[in-house]
Design a protein around this ligand. Structure first.
Ligand SMILES: [Zn+2]
Length: 300
């Protein structure tokens, strides 16, 4: 169990939204203990606190909202905050989408480390997964099962000869997040882009913020940042989606072809079953409930 953290200085940045194509200015400000990650739509004067129920749309990106006021594509910034253990931060913007930056978490990691990170006095709550929870749909699934650490096992299987099957297993901590996950970029298929743009989606998409794939390889001139960058980006997305719980996680997330929709339904299923989890907020309590070994029985 660890202490909560915030950023030392404000961060101001402007960039383009992947789906809206609009330029937006965004500011991250330090926040006091137990604030959590709070979004503020400055132009609408609406504050949105994170919870699984604050997610209102999961088509192509994770969108949060309140009273019809939306903030789209929050997952990469949220993933970065979780990966760097930034628990308390006030995020304000005058627009409806978080800038896509280079399509990964790397620019956010750089900005946050440059601003500095401050440890606070209160402990960060941890949610301990106590029994397996899963969501299955049309050959895809996402699950959370008990584990001593926050682990991810992610598999993708695309009907594309270049990407095909990829699998990655990782214990997520600050070091593995920065080194193994944060640089993995958003990706899309050349054949889908025209369709998306004709439906007013991916309007800000370009080779500067996405890896674009056809049947033979990638269109981008720059090489891949990791050989299996695609599955790593799916893990980056999943970390952002799971971070919406607002707590550290003791559990193993297992996914096969999952996405924002399944991830959000998984969180809602977990939090609606009081026997499936326990929340601890101080270190002595953590010891008494956290150090068990879960023996899997049968298949999940
Ligand atoms: Zn993504």
């Amino acid at each position: 169990m660890r202490k909560q953290r915030t950023i030392q200085d404000k961060i101001k940045v402007s960039g383009v939204g992947l789906h809206t194509g609009r330029r937006v200015e965004i500011e991250l400000a330090p926040a006091k203990e137990n604030t959590g990650v709070v979004f503020y739509r400055e132009d609408k004067d609406v504050e949105i606190e994170l919870s699984p129920e604050s997610v209102v749309d999961t088509q192509l990106a994770t969108t949060i909202g309140k009273n019809g006021v939306l903030i789209k594509t929050v997952e990469h910034l949220l993933s970065t905050l979780f990966g760097l253990h930034i628990d308390n931060v006030f995020i304000s913007l005058k627009g409806e989408e978080i800038p896509i930056m280079d399509g990964s978490s790397a620019p956010w990691v750089y900005l946050i480390r440059t601003a500095g990170i401050v440890e606070q006095n209160a402990y960060k709550k941890t949610i301990i997964v106590k029994k397996p929870i899963k969501i299955k749909e049309e050959g895809k699934f996402a699950a959370l099962i008990p584990s001593k650490e926050f682990e991810i096992s992610y598999s993708i299987n695309f009907n594309n000869t270049f990407i095909g099957k990829q699998r990655m297993d990782v214990v997520v901590d600050e070091h593995t997040f920065i080194k193994e996950i944060s640089k993995a970029r958003t990706f899309g298929f050349l054949k889908d882009i025209e369709f998306l743009q004709s439906h007013n989606l991916a309007l800000g998409g370009s080779l500067d913020n996405a890896v674009v794939v056809d049947e033979y390889g990638i269109i981008n001139e720059d090489p891949l940042r990791y050989e299996d960058e695609f599955v790593r980006h799916k893990i980056l997305d999943a970390i952002g989606d799971l971070s919406i719980l607002g707590m550290d996680i003791k559990g193993k997330y297992i996914a096969y072809k999952s996405g924002h929709n399944l991830n959000n339904r998984l969180l809602r299923k977990l939090t609606s079953d009081r026997t499936a989890y326990e929340i601890v907020s101080n270190p002595s309590r953590e010891k008494s409930v956290g150090d068990f070994v879960w023996e899997p029985q049968g298949s999940i």
